[in-house]
Design a protein around this ligand. Structure first.
Ligand code: PDD
Length: 287
């Protein structure tokens, strides 16, 4: 039996109930986080919490501090016997349950806070061999910096990738390569590691931040700057990074001239640096 956390209680998953009036259900009026657990240790919990707080402020939720959630996640990991191996923690916070109106419900409406943990099978062969991706037009809203549960464009684009035999879809907005449906993108051009800058059009990925920090530490030339999809054929390496994909090479992009590329040296270097960083079990920025 799996235990989940819902609104202050640890309960068996099958007993977890939310109202059909929940604004998460009716409007996707909520935010979420996915945190990786390695042998029971949460990876970068404070960065995830900071991003959740940022999203809560963007949504003008009545509560924006969720400092207790890493402890809830750890308790769930214990209760579900996931202290060893890989797991993911899913956190969702919605504006709560109230009769449907577009305007916010009364201020005293409690938020819905839901946390669950799950065994995770790492994408080892993808990380070893690299994945196929496709490019898709970015049809998302202009607040991709908020980790909103409103993920319909991401869901549709990812399914389009799967239907094409690919693993990830990469969003292109006005000729610019932005990010994946559930990952950030890094490329190598002339030996330099490049990722798009943080704007309202991409998510400030926690893994992205760690990779930039590792580049700095390892003195790998790196830069945050706009990437043009038209430059993809000339790119030496492309990788996606994220909580679930960690550092995964892109082997080919089906609808562009980027084919059969073996994972490159900088991808391999960042993969092993990332592994080492996980092994150290460190948290926070260390340079
Ligand atoms: N997604 N960009 C998008 C659109 C994402 O949804 C994610 C993560 C990332 C990578 O962020 P991070 O390094 O903080 O995981 C980038 C999670 C894993 C998900 O939706 O399941």
């Amino acid at each position: 039996m799996m235990f989940v956390y819902l609104n202050g209680e640890y309960i068996p998953e099958e007993n977890a109930r939310i109202s059909t009036n929940d604004r998460g259900f009716l409007f996707s009026d909520g935010i979420y986080e996915v945190i990786r657990s390695y042998d029971g240790t949460l990876f970068e919990p404070s960065a995830h919490l900071a991003r959740l707080g940022y999203g809560a402020r963007a949504l003008r939720l009545t509560e924006t501090g969720f400092d207790y959630l890493p402890e809830v996640a750890s308790e769930l990991i214990r209760r579900n016997g996931l202290e060893s191996g890989d797991a993911t923690v899913y956190i969702q916070v919605t504006r709560g349950s109230a009769p449907r109106t577009h305007r916010f419900p009364p201020k005293d409406t409690p938020l819905t806070v839901y946390v669950t943990v799950r065994r995770f099978n790492p994408h080892d062969s993808e990380q070893q061999q690299g994945i196929a991706a496709i490019l898709v037009p970015d049809q998302r809203w202009a607040r991709c910096d908020v980790k909103s549960t409103a993920l319909l464009p991401n869901v549709l684009a990812n399914q389009q990738a799967v239907d094409a035999g690919a693993f990830e879809a990469l969003f292109v907005r006005e000729g610019m390569l932005m990010e994946g449906t559930h990952s950030n993108v890094f490329v190598v051009v002339k030996g330099e590691v490049i990722t798009p800058p943080l704007t309202n059009y991409i998510l400030g990925g926690i893994t992205r931040g760690v990779i930039l920090e590792l580049c700095h530490k390892l003195r790998i030339p790196h830069r945050e700057t706009t990437l043009l999809s038209s430059d993809i054929p000339e790119m030496e390496e492309i990788m996606i990074v994220g909580t679930t994909v960690e550092v995964t090479p892109v082997r080919k992009i089906l609808n562009v001239n980027f084919q059969n590329r073996d994972p490159g040296p900088l991808t391999r270097r960042l993969q092993s640096a990332f592994r080492e960083r996980v092994r150290q079990g460190t948290a926070g920025i260390r340079v």
